[in-house]
Design a protein around this ligand. Structure first.
Ligand SMILES: [Zn+2]
Length: 283
């Protein structure tokens, strides 16, 4: 889809200000959180650019084996991983919009696409934790003191269930993580400009968040647009992460379908959509 030049320029400026840089190799483009990388955490937020999947063409689809050929996904993953220096073992999981967080003990223990959970944590070197998304919020976290890290899938259900604070708590139990040592990046997702929800979601947020009205912009009767970036940012701050260590990529997957996959925009048009991958690890 073509995008007005002004939109593109504004988005680029906002992304740079938020601490992210683009990195590109052989047509594959990712956004990297520079402060996390500076702390020793390899990380990347994928785009749809530079792959081989027919979604609709040359798409870097990185998951969703029921909607794309496995050989396409594996080739796309290989291209994506080339943007990160060194050898990595990719830890993935089958996300179920729940709040379970799993520990990856080492490269021999890396999970597969069959393991069901929505958050991964590790302190093992060369394990690349990942989160799949196409509108939901990907969150990656790095503990600068212990070297532990986490990847979290936070759609509206995960956000209501507090999956990000749960991942932080699990990091505390497993690795002694103190949230004041944590730096985090929140990736591109369906944002408050586009993401309209109905009363089921509105009610769930009113129950969970005392300040729910600040997260909701009423639209038509019984509907509102919701700000999941802000909701996750608030949960991180509440859990003790310093505001200046939370880097939020201000890009909307529903606005920028030239760059990202959007389940909401594309599923109804094509009957399927690709998946982005957001990753973090320590060499
Ligand atoms: Zn939007």
């Amino acid at each position: 889809m073509s995008m007005p030049m002004e939109t593109i320029t504004n988005d680029e400026t906002k992304l740079t200000r938020a601490g992210f840089v683009w990195r590109e190799k052989d047509g594959v483009r990712v956004a990297v959180c520079a402060p996390l990388e500076h702390e020793g955490f390899a990380n990347a937020f994928s785009t749809r650019l530079g792959g081989i999947s027919p979604m609709p063409h040359a798409a870097l689809n990185l998951a969703g084996f029921d909607e794309d050929a496995a050989e396409n996904i594996h080739e796309n993953r290989r291209r994506f991983l080339r943007l990160l220096d060194g050898e990595w073992t990719l830890a993935v999981c089958w996300q179920v919009h729940g709040a379970d967080v799993r520990v990856v003990r080492g490269v021999e223990d890396a999970l597969s696409d069959e393991d069901r959970c929505d958050g991964l944590i590790t302190r093992a070197p060369r394990v690349l934790l990942s989160v799949k998304s196409a509108d939901c919020v990907p969150v990656i976290l790095g503990d600068m003191r212990t070297g532990a890290c986490a990847s979290v899938h936070a759609g509206w259900r995960g956000t209501v269930a507090g999956i990000v604070p749960r991942a932080l708590e699990r990091m505390r139990v497993e690795f002694g993580t103190d949230p004041t040592d944590v730096r985090t990046a929140i990736g591109p997702a369906a944002l408050a400009c586009c993401y309209e929800v109905g009363h089921e979601v509105i009610d769930a947020f009113r129950e969970r968040f005392a300040d729910a009205d600040e997260l909701l912009t009423p639209t038509r009767e019984g509907h509102a647009r919701i700000d999941l970036h802000l909701a996750n940012r608030r949960q991180l701050i509440e859990a003790g992460v310093s505001a200046e260590r939370i880097h939020v990529a201000p890009l909307c997957t529903m606005c920028r379908t030239d760059l990202f996959f959007s389940y909401r925009r594309e599923k109804s048009l094509y009957g399927r959509t690709g998946r982005l991958l957001s990753v973090i690890g320590r060499g």
